[in-house]
Design a protein around this ligand. Structure first.
Ligand code: AHM
Ligand code: MG
Length: 334
C-alpha cells in the first residue's frame, strides 16, 4: 500500500522534478480532481439518489439538460469558487463565464469544463465523464471577461478528463505526457495507475456516428468508405467500429489501445463547423491526444491552432492514431 502514488504525491513530485508545475496550478488540479470525485459519487449512486432523468431545463446550446448535468456543473462551480487559483470559469452548460465572487480570493487561471459529457448515456448506465481545460488569464487581469478565454488551445497549461465507468479514472496532462489515476473508492483517493499513456500510431479501429453518413462531406465519405471496404479496399486491411456516444469513453479507449474518433461537419447545418465544442471538448482532448503521441485536427488544421471567436464555438474533430488522422486530414487538404 505504501508504494501507491496518490494524485497529491504525484503532483508534488512533478512540481519538484520538472519545476514546470507551479504550486497554484497544482492546487487547482487538486480541486478539480476533488470535484470529479464528488461527481463520480453522484453518478455512481444513480437512481438510489434520485439523480437520473431530465432536469426539465435547457442549456445555452438549446440542449435538454439532465439532472446530473446540472448537479455536475454546480459541484465544479462550488468546489472551484473558493480555491483562490481562478479568475473565472466557463462551462458548456452556462451562457456566460462565471466570475469568482468579489469576497473570494482570486488567481490567474481560467477554467473551462464540460461537466458531464455524454449525458445522453446516463439513464442507460453507460460511461459518461467530465472534461476540463486550463488557460492563464492575460497578465495582470484580475477580472477576466469572455474575451480573455478566446485563446488558441496551444495556450492550455493543463487539461484532463474523468471517466465514470466500470472504473472511475482521471487522465491528466500539463504538457509533460499523460498520466492516468484510478479512484480507490474505499480510500477516496485517485491513485496513479497509468504512466506515460500513449496512442499507438497505427490502428484497425474507428469511431463515428454512421447514421449521419449521408450528411458528410466528400473527404469523410471517401475515408470511411475505404475503412468499410476493408482488406479488399485501397487500405488493404479490415477495420472494426465502435461508437459509445460519450467522447470521454471514446478518447479513453483510443488512449488505451489506439483508434480514430471522428465527429465531422454536417451538411444539415452548413453554418456549424461541427457538433462538439472547441473550448470544452476539442481543445482539452486534442492536448491530451497530442501529449500521448496522437494527432487532433478539424480536417484542415491542428485543433489547438484555432483561435476561437466565441466561448461556445463548435469544431469538427478527427483525433487519435497518427497514421489515420493524417490520412483523413490529407483527404480534406487535397
Ligand atoms: P454532450 O456534451 O451534450 O454530451 O454532447 C457531446 C457528445 C459526445 O460525448 C459524443 O461524442 C457525441 O455527443 C455523441 O453524439 P451523437 O448523439 O450524435 O452520437
Ligand atoms: Mg460534451
Amino acid at each position: 500500500m505504501s508504494s501507491r502514488i496518490s494524485l497529491s504525491r504525484f503532483l508534488i513530485e512533478e512540481q519538484r522534478l520538472h519545476g514546470a508545475l507551479p504550486p497554484d496550478l497544482r492546487l487547482l488540479i487538486e480541486t478539480v480532481a476533488r470535484a470529479c470525485k464528488a461527481i463520480a459519487h453522484s453518478v455512481n449512486k444513480g437512481a438510489l439518489a434520485g439523480v437520473l432523468g431530465d432536469a426539465g431545463t435547457g442549456n445555452v446550446q438549446g440542449e435538454a439538460q439532465k439532472k446530473l448535468d446540472v448537479i455536475a456543473n454546480d459541484i465544479l462551480l462550488e468546489a472551484n469558487e473558493w480555491g483562490g487559483n481562478l479568475g473565472a470559469m466557463a462551462s458548456e452548460e452556462m451562457e456566460l463565464p462565471h466570475s469568482i465572487p468579489e469576497h473570494m480570493p482570486r488567481g490567474r487561471y481560467l477554467l473551462m469544463f464540460d461537466p458531464l459529457d455524454g449525458s445522453s448515456n446516463i439513464d442507460v448506465n453507460i460511461s459518461v465523464g467530465t472534461i476540463f481545460s486550463v488557460l492563464e488569464a492575460p497578465e495582470g487581469n484580475t477580472q477576466p471577461t469572455e474575451a480573455d478565454f478566446l485563446q488558441a488551445g496551444s495556450h492550455q497549461v493543463a487539461a484532463g478528463y474523468a471517466v465514470y465507468g466500470p472504473q472511475n479514472m482521471l487522465v491528466l496532462t500539463f504538457g509533460h505526457g499523460v498520466y492516468g489515476f484510478t479512484l480507490d473508492r474505499e480510500l477516496g483517493s485517485w491513485v496513479l495507475t497509468h504512466r506515460n499513456m500513449t496512442v499507438p500510431a497505427t490502428t484497425g479501429e474507428f469511431a463515428i456516428n454512421m447514421s449521419n453518413q449521408r450528411h458528410w462531406e466528400a473527404p469523410v465519405q471517401r475515408y470511411v468508405g475505404e475503412l468499410l471496404a476493408g482488406k479488399e479496399g485501397p487500405l488493404g486491411k479490415d477495420y472494426n467500429m465502435r461508437w459509445v456516444a460519450s467522447m470521454v469513453a471514446e478518447v479513453h479507449r483510443i488512449i488505451t489501445r489506439g483508434g480514430i474518433f471522428m465527429y465531422p461537419k454536417d451538411a444539415r447545418d452548413p453554418a456549424k463547423p461541427g457538433k462538439l465544442r472547441l473550448m470544452y471538448e476539442g481543445n482539452p482532448m486534442a492536448f491530451i491526444i497530442e501529449q500521448a503521441g496522437g494527432l487532433a485536427t478539424d480536417g484542415h488544421r491542428r485543433i489547438m491552432d484555432i483561435v476561437p471567436q466565441g466561448l461556445h464555438e463548435r469544431v469538427a474533430v478527427f483525433l487519435g492514431s497518427k497514421e489515420e488522422v493524417a490520412r483523413v486530414t490529407g483527404y480534406h487538404q487535397g
